[in-house]
Design a protein around this ligand. Structure first.
Ligand SMILES: Cc1cc2nc3c(=O)[nH]c(=O)nc-3n(C[C@H](O)[C@H](O)[C@H](O)COP(=O)(O)OP(=O)(O)OC[C@H]3O[C@@H](n4cnc5c(N)ncnc54)[C@H](O)[C@@H]3O)c2cc1C
Length: 475
């Protein structure tokens, strides 16, 4: 297989140096470890098609990989060492930016922050951002249907991708890049590939929607009593303005974790508050009300009525960045406080405030000594719900013996609340078993039918999202 790829695409398309491969065999959080004899690195769509055809011919499994920032072990190859990594990182051209149509055609390996810069240079913006923007690629973002901090206003990748080009498991190219507003030719192949985590084919390029660049923004930090008040504040604001892009909720202990672990970080408010909200408002044209004025107009009555306890609006861009740095540092800071079971979950928005309080209490009662709390995208009904091990717990013992039971417990609560065990990170290998355990048989049967229909040999990212026989991820 490797010789065949070399002779078809040249030596550069095959990376077989173990030192060069090593960093790409492990997931971002260091929880999954795979093996692979080589990384294949094509330069264009035709190269990907050649590789996929050769893989089918040689019965070799492929693991598509972008920036390798998956939170669920989605891009880590199986440990059996028989799959090849198919890296899209050399396919990093922005093919076109059309400021009139507000569209960009972007290859799969383009890094998110590079697209941000290219769009900005044309007075436009790609309105999706997340903590991994310096590494995550457009192919990976589409394949995981990524969300981030602007979903409230612009939706996830499903809403932002207007077309997909992909190589299907038989090596044929699906060209769906044209961004038609109306296209009712039956099954939507583009949407099927978005969120498929590389199990139905390899995305080689996407057409994405752009919006006008931000002219001005304002970021506020609010102290309040609890998630119920936060949701009431959000609904009040949404009723009066469309300028709110982000609304992130965190408990005081998350702020305390950041203050303890991130040098030079400072609490935005002087008093102590049980919960905090970070709010960003933007203006996209020069005639819009200045976002700082919008926030003041919304927060003043909330303060007067006692809905919130205190608030401050960042006076400078540096201060706004400092507020966001607190939000973006929570995961790393909490990790430094000891091992935890982390859950990316969603429940209906109206249920979320009660869920956050009651699920945390239920976890701590069921697993004495643990500490549970959630933070994140309240307006999307999506929080990252972490259960920290009892102080002094051996990390290896926690992850192998205890965390799986905690996770099952949390997931059962989520399902009982009508929610999802994966809000934005996907299933990967981390949640494969839980998806099967907690899904209706009809759903699993449909997933398997789609998978085996498009990938009968089971060669596309085996062992992720949906298990299929023969399972190329097994020893
Ligand atoms: C610090 C940090 C913060 C994060 N914050 C968020 C957040 O707020 N919201 C959110 O949604 N996610 C978040 N993530 C998760 C992560 O950024 C996303 O999953 C991202 O979409 C993955 O992009 P990637 O290029 O790194 O893909 P990879 O990790 O390389 O791959 C992810 C999955 O997509 C598949 N894949 C990759 N490229 C292709 C392709 N071209 N064709 C087919 N399949 C492909 C892989 O096989 C794998 O299953 C965060 C991650 C980190 C590390």
């Amino acid at each position: 297989m490797l010789d065949a790829v070399r002779s078809a695409l040249g030596d550069k398309a095959v990376i077989a140096d173990p030192d060069a491969i090593e960093p790409w065999l492990h997931d971002w959080r260091g929880r999954y470890h795979g093996a692979s004899p080589a990384i294949l690195a094509p330069l264009d769509t035709a190269g990907v098609a050649t590789i996929v055809r050769l893989a089918a011919e040689h019965d070799v499994a492929l693991v598509p990989q972008g920036g390798n920032t998956s939170m669920v072990g989605g891009a880590t190859p199986p440990a059996n060492g028989r799959a090849l990594i198919l890296s899209l990182r050399r396919m990093n051209r922005i093919r076109a930016i059309d400021p009139v149509e507000n569209l960009a055609v972007v290859e799969a390996g383009v890094i998110l922050s590079d697209l941000h810069e290219a769009a900005q240079a044309q007075g436009r913006r790609f309105p999706l951002t997340l903590g991994a923007k310096g590494s995550a690629t457009l192919g990976g973002l589409a394949s995981t249907n990524a969300g981030g901090t602007q979903v409230l206003r612009f939706g996830t990748m499903r809403a932002l991708v207007a077309g997909v080009e992909a190589v299907l498991p038989d090596g044929q190219v699906h060209d769906g890049l044209s961004a038609l507003k109306k296209d009712n030719r039956g099954y939507d192949l583009d949407q099927l590939l978005i969120g498929a985590e590389g199990t139905l084919g390899v995305i080689t390029a996407v057409t994405v929607r752009l919006v006008p660049a931000v002219v001005d923004r304002a970021v506020a930090w609010v102290g309040l009593a609890g998630p119920d008040d936060a949701l009431a504040l959000l609904r009040q604001m949404e009723a009066q303005t469309r300028a709110i892009e982000s609304f992130e909720l965190l408990p005081d202990e998350s702020l305390a974790a950041v203050l303890a672990h991130v040098p030079q970080s400072r609490a935005p408010l002087s008093g102590v508050h049980p919960w905090h909200v970070l709010i960003e408002a933007v203006a996209s044209d020069a005639y819009a009300e200045p976002p700082a004025a919008v926030l003041e107009r919304m927060l003043a009555p909330a303060l007067a009525s006692g809905l919130i306890a205190d608030a401050t609006i960042a006076a400078t861009e540096a201060q706004a960045e400092a507020f966001w740095r607190i939000r973006d540092s929570i995961s790393a800071s909490e990790r430094a406080m000891g091992p935890a079971a982390q859950h990316d979950i969603s429940v209906p928005v109206a249920v979320m405030p009660r869920f956050m309080i009651e699920a945390a209490a239920a976890c701590e009662a069921a697993f004495p000594g643990t500490h549970a709390s959630g933070f994140g995208h309240l307006g999307d009904g999506n929080v990252h719900f972490h259960v920290r091990a009892a102080p002094g717990t051996d990390p290896a013992c926690w992850y192998s013996d205890q965390a799986p039971f905690v996770t099952r417990f949390v997931h059962d609560l989520v399902v009982a609340a009508g929610g999802s065990i994966s809000a934005e990170h996907g299933i990967g290998q981390m949640k494969l078993g839980e998806l099967e355990r907690l899904s209706a048989p009809s759903r699993i049967a449909a997933l398997r039918a789609i998978k085996s229909g498009l990938d009968p040999q089971g060669l596309m990212n085996p062992g992720k999202l949906v298990a299929l026989a023969p399972d190329h991820s097994k020893p």
